[in-house]
Design a protein around this ligand. Structure first.
Ligand SMILES: Cc1cc2nc3c(=O)[nH]c(=O)nc-3n(C[C@H](O)[C@H](O)[C@H](O)COP(=O)(O)OP(=O)(O)OC[C@H]3O[C@@H](n4cnc5c(N)ncnc54)[C@H](O)[C@@H]3O)c2cc1C
Length: 358
């Protein structure tokens, strides 16, 4: 069986990995000259998102064994007037990019399948050569040419490496509509001396992000020296179909990036896991990802609330999160809270109004 995979990112590489575990050695095509995003940044996986399992356990269950940078034990969430601190075994921090221990390089290290670099692949030409083609391009461009695509949220991102002193197990998140709209800023430590500082501004023009970034730094009194700064655009949406004949959409290209907070690392792996089984065993891919879709739908409801909420709504939610009972329920139980969160958010925020800026 011949399988061609477009994109050597998280989804493409893990698909190749899962296929190998089933005895199929694929060809992976990558447009860049090497593996990994050009800029380094930290990503987190929250156990909250993978309940009832621990995030590493879920990867292990799929057959991927990864070494995180550290365990996430403290999450500090700030709004203009409020702050909540959550402690516990909350998840893990991973490095992304070209570093030896980045997630993509950790997966690639154990692959035998051939990766062809510097090839801007096209699914139509690969279809002539391969029995199955997997689109793992990390964006919607190719997906849009094969199926309908619904845009859910767009964001401009600015980030970089902050140099300073950091607690390796603590992540900070800032919500304030004045500089992020319905997005947020966050800091993920990459070690004791450097951290990834990122601002995600929703529904904004690319040109606006620099001003928002400056306002973010000044309002939150952040004055680390910054290196390796980057800007990027993110479009989160959903394809109408995820398998079209022998072509499969996985990872971000398959609409598996969550529209509320932009979590996509584990979803990318999971979509590739199901895709590999569909290729090898003939399972129905669309059916296999229904559970993932259900979670994405719940997170989409949260995104709708975030888009229509105000800073007062954020204050109320953070106030609610400070409640010890809520803290315990949300962070120290095994309940799949995302199934219930849209319901609770009805009480935490005002009724949705008109979507801003659209
Ligand atoms: C700044 C930022 C922070 C994030 N933080 C988090 C986080 O904290 N937690 C989390 O869970 N998720 C996070 N995410 C999301 C997560 O990174 C993505 O969901 C995940 O990387 C998606 O994997 P992918 O394989 O679909 O895409 P990518 O990892 O982007 O890989 C796509 C690959 O395809 C290649 N490619 C594209 N087109 C072609 C082509 N035509 N031919 C050949 N190759 C091609 C690209 O060069 C790239 O290597 C974050 C994303 C960003 C941008």
């Amino acid at each position: 069986m011949k399988v061609g995979i477009i994109g050597a990112g998280i989804a493409g590489l893990s698909c190749a990995h899962f296929l190998e575990r089933n005895g199929v050695f694929s060809h992976v095509y990558e447009r860049n000259h090497r593996i990994g995003n050009l800029f380094t940044y930290g990503e987190i996986v929250l156990n909250l998102m993978t309940r009832p399992y621990d995030s590493l356990e879920i990867m292990n269950r799929m057959g991927i064994s990864l070494q995180p940078l550290s365990t996430l034990k403290r999450l500090v969430i700030k709004s203009p007037k409020n702050k909540v601190e959550i402690k516990g075994k909350l998840g893990y921090i991973f490095e992304r990019g070209q570093g030896e221990n980045s997630v993509e390089n950790q997966i690639a290290k154990n692959l035998t399948s051939k990766i062809f670099f510097n090839i801007n692949a096209n699914y139509e030409s690969l279809m002539k050569e391969y029995d199955h083609v997997v689109i793992a391009t990390g964006n919607s461009m190719m997906a849009k040419s094969i199926t309908e695509w619904e845009n859910i949220v767009s964001a401009s991102i600015k980030g970089g490496i902050a140099i300073g002193n950091f607690e390796p197990d603590t992540v900070y998140v800032w919500f304030d509509r004045s500089y992020a709209n319905s997005g947020f800023g966050y800091l993920v430590p990459l070690g004791p001396k450097k951290a990834s500082l990122v601002l995600v501004v929703t529904y904004s023009l690319k040109e606006e992000v620099e001003n928002m970034w400056q306002e973010f730094l000044s309002k939150e009194k952040i004055n680390f020296s910054m290196v390796e700064t980057f800007e990027s655009e993110l479009e989160i949406g959903m394809p109408r179909h995820r398998s079209i004949g022998k072509v499969y959409l996985v990872g971000n290209a398959g609409g598996f990036l969550d529209s509320a907070f932009g979590f996509g690392l584990i979803n990318s792996m999971m979509s590739s896991f199901y895709c590999s089984f569909s290729i090898v065993k003939g399972y129905n891919y669309e059916e296999k990802v229904l559970n993932l879709q259900k979670k994405l739908n719940n997170l989409r409801k949260i995104r709708e609330r975030m888009d229509t909420g105000t800073n007062e709504d954020i204050e109320r939610l953070i106030g609610l999160m400070k409640n010890p009972l809520v803290k315990t329920l949300v962070y120290n139980t095994n309940i799949d809270i995302f199934s219930y969160l849209p319901f609770f958010m009805k009480f935490g925020t005002k009724k949705p109004g008109k979507k801003p800026g659209l």
